[in-house]
Ligand binder design. Structure first.
Ligand code: DX5
Ligand code: ZN
Length: 239
């Protein structure tokens, strides 16, 4: 993918007025709205479920990119689809039958017709080999650049090598349409680097909502500009 996709995470939003915050992100230029779903088991935090996704759906037409940090996600994917999710990303570490679970997601009907987009996510310690045999079922691969559970953590630089290896592998397979998403500690200060490594989709919570000098819309624009520079230099001179 040659155009950066900016996906602000509502985990850093004001939860007392989420609908308004989603509209603000939509008008502020977000491409996708990243929704962090946590179950208190897979990660040590609890956030939101399908009911909140359904409540947010009327506030934007942009894709709702649901990052499911939950054990046995197969129990809930149908509910998220019915609630209006556009992308369902599950964790390799949370699935006993990853292949089956990705097939299940791809078989779900999307709220505006067609099929649901399926993503798979890797924790910082998980090698890309763990998804080698399911890549053909993925529309998106999410490389976590923090340990999932909270916003506001620092980017883990060792995850950069994984972005490079993943992009290389997808290129070698001719899978140029698969999104490589990076999530955790992403700001306009490091988006260029990770874009150069291979990311084309950028999740940012604090980088949008708690930027030291920019309001959310300006932070989204700064992220986009930085990411576009990184993608451009990667395409000119691959890493
Ligand atoms: C972490 C979540 C992230 C989080 C990112 O578990 O998956 O999406 O909201 O927040 P920042 O950008 O602040 O690291
Ligand atoms: Zn996330």
């Amino acid at each position: 993918m040659h155009v950066p996709v900016i996906a602000p995470s509502i985990l850093s939003a004001d939860f007392s007025r989420l609908g308004e915050q989603v509209r603000m992100l939509d008008e502020g230029g977000a491409d996708w709205i990243h929704v962090d779903v946590m179950d208190g088991h897979f990660v040590p935090n609890l956030t939101i479920g399908p009911q909140v996704v359904a409540a947010l759906r009327p506030h934007t037409r942009k894709p709702l990119d649901c990052h499911l940090m939950i054990e046995q996600p197969e129990r809930y994917v149908e509910q998220f689809a019915a609630a209006g999710a556009d992308i369902l990303t599950i964790h390799v570490e949370a699935c006993r039958h990853l292949h089956r679970n990705l097939e299940q997601i791809r078989g779900l009907e999307h709220h505006s017709g067609g099929r649901m987009m399926a993503g798979v996510s890797l924790n910082p310690h998980t090698p890309i080999e763990s998804i080698a045999h399911v890549l053909e079922l993925c529309d998106l691969v999410l490389v976590m650049s923090v340990n999932p559970g909270f916003s506001g953590q620092s980017f883990i630089p060792q995850t950069r090598g994984k972005l490079r290896a993943l992009r290389e592998r997808l290129d070698a397979l001719g899978r140029h349409g698969v999104h490589v998403q990076v999530d955790g500690g992403i700001t306009d200060a490091n988006a260029e680097l990770v874009a150069h490594d291979g990311a084309d989709s950028f999740v940012a919570g604090s980088g949008v909502f708690r930027h030291p000098s920019l309001a959310p819309a300006a932070a989204i624009a700064a992220l986009r500009a930085a990411a576009a520079r990184g993608i451009e230099t990667r395409l000119r001179a691959p890493a």
